[in-house]
Structure formats: structure tokens, C-alpha cells
Design a protein around this ligand. Structure first.
Ligand code: CIR
Length: 258
């Protein structure tokens, strides 16, 4: 049974109000409220039995609290990505520094230009990794990622996506064969072998839940998804992510779990 021991988060910076947004969830984030929500998020992670490394805010990068995107951390290796969003590309430097405390030098790999990849497009299902081909993650990035994974005995397959920002915006694996799917991912043949819960359209944002050691953290305000996750037998915690949602970010984006 998989268990996470560590997590890495990064405090949001004041400049988050200038972060990238599709405008799907209107409004600019309230920074003070975002900080309180981040506190609660860290608390929830601790309740799942992991240690939490909290990196300081970095005003240079408005979206840098979304630490999931500049790295993919597995049991055997760390992959520093090459984010496709230009304003986020430099986030990899401080993440790599943090990751070095947990992985030996020869287990730290890199995606390099012209390949791009963001961790939000990577969904780990045991030893298989689904990778969304998106506006942020390109074919060459996926090719490099697959070659890295192969060295460590993992497999990888591509999932094209059209409507959402990242793969995990719309689909998330909760371990034990359970998967939350929404919108364009509902009928994807790639996920046919999993036990799927189809997220109601009005709760689409809550497709982005995270499994952490048999607890599932669900965003606050999505009663149908919460009920469904409880009925799968998980312990649940809820965290309000309203200020991150305004930047198209959710629960998975806010941490690296490994
Ligand atoms: C961005 O557009 O890059 C940020 N505003 C949101 C990133 C969300 N990250 C994720 O889904 N993994």
C-alpha cells in the first residue's frame, strides 16, 4: 500500500493577485484570506500523517504557490519539469533546491526545452503515469518524461485534453482503483478499467481532490462529491480553496506529495 511521508508547499505571495487566470471563476484573490486557507491546507496535510516543508513566498512568481507544476516526485526519482507557462518557468529553481534535500543527485531528472511539462498534467496511478497533453505540456515533454520513467521501471501514456487547464483539473486517482472523473474525461477509454465516480457538472471543480494516506481532502462547498467520497469508505477532510480557485488552482496544485 502506497504511503506518502513528505509534502512540500510554498506560501502564496502578495503578487498572487496577478497570477494567471482563465476567468472561469471570476474575481481576484484576497491575499489575507488565501493565507488563512493555506494555513488550513497545511493543517489538513499534517492530519494525514505527512511532514510538511513550507517554502517561503516568492514575489517574483505570482503562481509559485502551485508547487505541483514545477516538479513530479515519485518513490524512485524526482523530475524537475519545464513549465509551459513563461511566467512560471523560473519556479523550478527554488523547487529543485527543496527537492535536493530528499533525493540524491543521480535521482533528480529534468525536462528540457523544447520539451515542456507541468506536474498538474501528471496523474500517478501506482506504477503507471497518465500525462495530459495540454497547452502547458507538449509532445516532446511527454516523450522525455516517458523516457525518464522507463529508466525507473514506470510506464506512461498520453491523454489528450481540450477543455481544462491540466489533466488533474478534471480527473484524479484516489488509489484502490477509485477515480474521480469530470467533463471531457468521463468517457475516455484510457480510464475504462477504473471504478469511476462521475462528478456532477455543477461540482466540476471538486474533481480535484487529493488522496493522502487513505484520507481524501475535498474542497469545501461541494456536497455531492463529499458524499460520494465518503461512501467510497475514505476518511475525508475539507479545505476552502476559494482564493486559489480564482486562479484555476486547486488542492492538488498546492502541494507535492511523496
Ligand atoms: C496557472 O495557470 O498556472 C495557475 N494560475 C494555476 C495552476 C494550477 N495548477 C495545477 O492545476 N496543477
Amino acid at each position: 500500500m502506497r504511503r506518502f511521508r513528505h509534502t512540500i508547499v510554498k506560501r502564496p505571495c502578495r503578487a498572487m493577485t496577478e497570477g494567471i487566470t482563465s476567468g472561469l471563476y471570476p474575481g481576484r484573490p484576497d491575499y489575507e484570506l488565501a493565507l488563512l486557507q493555506h494555513d488550513a491546507y497545511i493543517e489538513a496535510l499534517k492530519q494525514c500523517g505527512v511532514d510538511v516543508t513550507v517554502l517561503p513566498a516568492d514575489e517574483q512568481f505570482p503562481d509559485s504557490c502551485f508547487v505541483e507544476d514545477p516538479a513530479v516526485l515519485t518513490e524512485k526519482c524526482a523530475v524537475i519539469t519545464n513549465p509551459g507557462a513563461a511566467s512560471r518557468n523560473g519556479e523550478t529553481v527554488s523547487i529543485e533546491e527543496a527537492v535536493r534535500k530528499f533525493y540524491p543527485e543521480d535521482r533528480i531528472e529534468h525536462i528540457v526545452s523544447p520539451g515542456t511539462l507541468e506536474g498538474g498534467d501528471v496523474m500517478m496511478c501506482s506504477d503507471h503515469f497518465f500525462v495530459g497533453r495540454s497547452e502547458r505540456t507538449n509532445e516532446e515533454g511527454i516523450r522525455q518524461f516517458a523516457a525518464i520513467l522507463e529508466k525507473y521501471g514506470y510506464t506512461c501514456s498520453e491523454v489528450p485534453l481540450k477543455e481544462v487547464l491540466h489533466l488533474k483539473t478534471g480527473v484524479n486517482y484516489l488509489e484502490n482503483g477509485n477515480m474521480l472523473v469530470s467533463g471531457e474525461f468521463t468517457d475516455k477509454p484510457e480510464f475504462a478499467s477504473y471504478r469511476k465516480y462521475v462528478i456532477p457538472e455543477e461540482e466540476a471543480y471538486a474533481a480535484n481532490c487529493i488522496w493522502v494516506n487513505d484520507t481524501v481532502i475535498v474542497p469545501e462547498g461541494y456536497p455531492e462529491v463529499l458524499k460520494a467520497v465518503k461512501s467510497m469508505g475514505y476518511r475525508t477532510l475539507t479545505v476552502d480553496t476559494s482564493e486559489y480557485r480564482k486562479l484555476d488552482g486547486g488542492l492538488s496544485c498546492l502541494s507535492l506529495r511523496f
